[in-house]
Design a protein around this ligand. Structure first.
Ligand code: SAM
Length: 302
């Protein structure tokens, strides 16, 4: 049996979690004010970085010694200006005491670019200084909380249950620092809510960095991918999501609303899913979607 707890409220405070009670963090923060996901969410880039800092401090507190936090993110271009989210995140996390352990590039298939193609400019103007490449990757940055994880303390049965399939590891080339994975496509259900990351990406991180029965945290839960995958892999999961408008999507994914309960009839394992709505939960999606529509319309006019 595993438990999943979802808190609607800001992960700037994760007061429900004890110090050192989490074994792995897998998350993807908002991409600042990315035009097609979070337009106008933050008043300024500095305030965005302050949020990463406040959440990072909490992540440090709740993570057990020697364990890791994996952040999936990418620099973002807004109105032509490129914001260095990845390097700022690394600086912030190091200032908070984390060790910068790993960087994995998640490469998306070439044909699946979600945002508009920039490279076409050169085709129209085949001359120097017209080069604007299309972005097809995100970064998975792995931060370690100092201390040593005591591998010898893991009970033998848990170790066996958590054993990694080396054939898969070799076949799917997990051993490389570049992972080729298809992104969640615009046609897929969860993409209409927020920039969801692929289940396979979370699956690799959960398998590689946690044991069965341990607890995974996602402080920016979105549609619930991290908890959905963790639960499937026999790990407990805690998620924080500030936007109450994602509740239905999360509950459907975790199998706790009427629609999804139908699929769960006949399941042997009795998982416990708890949903808590705190007073700092907000309603964001409708406002963000209206803003995106407005921008798309004005783009169409230009
Ligand atoms: C990039 S999305 C995460 C998508 C997620 N990985 C998935 O697969 O669906 C970032 C999420 O962080 C949420 N968020 C923004 N500020 C937050 C905060 N202070 N506390 C908790 N969640 C927050 C946003 O509402 C958004 O759903």
């Amino acid at each position: 049996m595993v438990f999943v707890k979802v808190f609607f409220g800001s992960s700037e405070s994760m007061r429900e979690l004890r110090d050192g009670s989490v074994h792995l963090v897998v998350t993807s923060p908002p991409y600042y004010n990315a035009p097609f996901d979070f337009p106008g969410l933050f008043p300024s880039y500095d305030e965005y970085l302050d949020l990463l800092k406040r959440v990072g401090r909490e992540v440090y507190r709740v993570l057990d010694d020697g364990r890791v936090a994996c952040y999936v993110t990418q620099d973002v271009r807004i109105d032509g200006k490129l914001y260095p989210i990845v390097s700022d995140l690394i600086r912030i996390m190091r200032e908070l005491g984390f060790e910068y352990q790993e960087k994995i590039i998640w490469r998306k298939p070439e044909g699946y670019i979600r945002i508009s193609r920039r490279s076409g400019v050169l085709l129209q103007h085949p001359y120097p200084m017209y080069y604007y490449p299309d972005n097809i990757y995100e970064e998975v940055v792995v931060f370690k909380k100092p201390g040593e994880f005591d591998r010898a303390s893991v009970p033998t049965d848990i170790k066996e249950k958590s054993k990694i399939d080396v054939h898969r590891f070799l076949r799917e080339k997990w051993y490389l620092s570049v992972w080729d994975l298809t992104n969640v496509l615009p046609s897929e259900k969860w993409s209409k809510y927020t920039a969801a990351f692929p289940e396979e990406l979370v699956e690799r991180l959960v398998i590689l960095y946690s044991y069965v029965g341990e607890t995974v945290l996602d402080p920016f839960l979105g549609t619930g991918t991290t908890c959905f995958v963790s639960k499937r892999l026999g790990r407990n999961c805690v998620g924080y999501e500030v936007d109450l408008e994602l509740r239905d999507a999360i509950e459907e994914r975790l199998g706790t609303n009427a629609k999804s309960l139908l699929h769960y009839v006949g399941l042997e394992r009795q998982d416990v899913v708890e949903i808590v709505v705190r007073s700092d939960a907000r309603n964001l999606r409708t406002k963000l979607r209206e803003e995106i529509e407005k921008r798309l319309k004005s783009k169409g006019r230009n």
